[in-house]
Write a protein that binds this ligand. Structure first.
Ligand SMILES: Cc1cc2nc3c(=O)[nH]c(=O)nc-3n(C[C@H](O)[C@H](O)[C@H](O)COP(=O)(O)OP(=O)(O)OC[C@H]3O[C@@H](n4cnc5c(N)ncnc54)[C@H](O)[C@@H]3O)c2cc1C
Length: 414
């Protein structure tokens, strides 16, 4: 092994670790100080997850990010962090290292070239320019501290470092490198790891009609109910899979279910016509029934909903005589249909697999981390950035915004 000592060791060469490497090295180069920085990455290449973000386009921040978009014990410190490391500051930092960005109407920021690989490349180039050593294929198994120095035990031997940054991410999407063994070593040094659960993923549901809707998409409002109480409402495209509801609006509900009390009863309520009141929907249906009076009931929703959504609504409303004429529908039938259009209920089940989750709920407790410097309050010269901390954001660039902002804060304070 070439160099068994490094001033600063960054564990994890993902989004936060790579930007942290750039920020630290740039600062010390500016001050003309010779400080060695090494990034340890267990995979053969750094930043694999970045390549998969934003469907290959990388939604790297969101112009409107604030604490309301975040969950977990560090969420309350986010506004303070973003005062200094705002989304526009992050965009500016990327511009300085060669990446130009563009913002859509929802504040989502992407590289101008719409290639996630460009984000990874500019981070790699800047680290290389600044002399940061990237040590790949090196799994960090344990970190110990004695006599003011850290010992970083890897599968390939041990390193010593004066300071360590934990940028190992969470447990989500394990095929992209996620690994949780670092939490065990952190627990040994007294840190608390809040329970880990998958977030930003599809929500499995129990329903008689879900199978028949596989592959269908529609727009609407989704509301998460916990023991009949509304918890969170989102709007957007809902995607139906064989046994789950999916789509960004559903992803944003999933963390509450997966991380919630197992005894809670969760339901997802879909409003298929959010711009219509119940009375409007009733008027609409009555009008259709008079227009389609000689058509079979099966065709009642043609021109309004996807054919299979229409059939599922009829089934859920207990209407079995699909070959009868629309004119035979009773007032009770119409009321049931209106209820299901405005509030179509699905029993939601927790998902325990991290395979298809975008992020992890849980991680190192926010109360054990200095919210300005991101240094551990328990172990001096130990810093955290990114998803390893107990915080996650909604879909829309919020998770990378946190990864980058926290990395920049470490860079300025280490
Ligand atoms: C499919 C997908 C799409 C996403 N799209 C977006 C998006 O568009 N916008 C957005 O804001 N967020 C998105 N996210 C979430 C975002 O990618 C993460 O929140 C972000 O990457 C977290 O950065 P991180 O540096 O904390 O962790 P990671 O990026 O996960 O990096 C951690 C790195 O540490 C390495 N590592 C772990 N343990 C060890 C160890 N013991 N030794 C050495 N190395 C180790 C891992 O291999 C990994 O490379 C997406 C996530 C997924 C899975």
């Amino acid at each position: 092994m070439k160099n068994m000592f490094t001033d600063i060791a960054i564990i994890g060469g993902g989004a936060s670790g790579l930007l942290c490497g750039c920020a630290i090295s740039k600062r010390y180069l500016k001050d003309n100080k010779k400080v060695s920085v090494t990034i340890f990455e267990k995979q053969q290449r750094v930043g694999r997850k970045i390549l998969s973000t934003g469907n290959g386009k990388c939604n790297l921040t969101n112009a409107y990010a604030n604490s309301k978009n975040y969950h977990g014990s560090f969420a309350r410190y986010v506004d303070n962090l973003f005062q200094r490391y705002s989304p526009s500051y992050v965009v500016e930092c990327f511009k300085k290292i060669g990446l130009l960005c563009t913002e859509d109407s929802n504040g989502r920021v992407y590289p101008l070239c719409k290639q996630a690989s460009a984000v990874l490349d500019v981070l790699r180039f800047e680290n290389e320019r600044n002399g940061v050593e990237l040590v790949c294929d090196t799994d960090v198994i344990e970190i110990k501290k004695s006599k003011g120095l850290f010992e970083i035990i890897t599968a390939n031997g041990s390193y010593q470092a004066k300071s360590v940054v934990i940028a190992t991410g969470g447990k989500a999407a394990p095929k992209l490198g996620s690994d949780v063994k670092i939490y065990n070593t952190l627990k040994k040094s007294g840190h608390t790891c809040k329970p880990l659960s998958p977030a930003l993923c599809a929500v499995p549901v129990k329903s008689d009609v879900i199978k028949s809707l596989k592959g269908v998409r529609c727009d609407g409002d989704v509301t998460l109910l916990c023991n009949d109480k509304a918890v969170k409402k989102e709007s957007g495209e809902i995607q139906f899979t064989e046994n789950a509801l999916s789509g960004i609006c559903v992803f944003n509900l999933s963390g509450y279910i997966n991380g919630g009390d197992k005894n809670n009863r969760y339901e997802i309520n879909i409003d298929l016509l959010p711009d219509f009141s119940f009375t409007d929907v009733k008027k609409l249906l009555t009008g259709r029934i008079s227009l389609y009076k000689n058509e079979v009931i099966e065709n009642l929703f043609v021109g309004l909903f996807h054919k299979r959504i229409g059939l599922a609504l009829l089934k859920q409303s207990g209407i079995k005589t699909l070959s009868d004429k629309c004119s035979t529908l009773s007032d009770k039938n119409i009321d049931r249909l209106c209820e299901n259009i405005k509030s179509w209920r699905f029993t939601a089940l927790p998902c325990d697999s991290f395979d298809n989750a975008q992020v992890t709920s849980g991680g190192i407790s926010g109360s054990e981390i200095d919210c300005n410097t991101l240094e551990s309050k328990l172990v001096k010269n130990l810093y955290f950035c990114g998803e390893v901390i107990d915080i996650y954001g909604d879909c829309g660039g919020y998770n990378l915004q946190f990864a980058f902002a926290s990395a920049l804060a470490v860079g300025d304070n280490i």
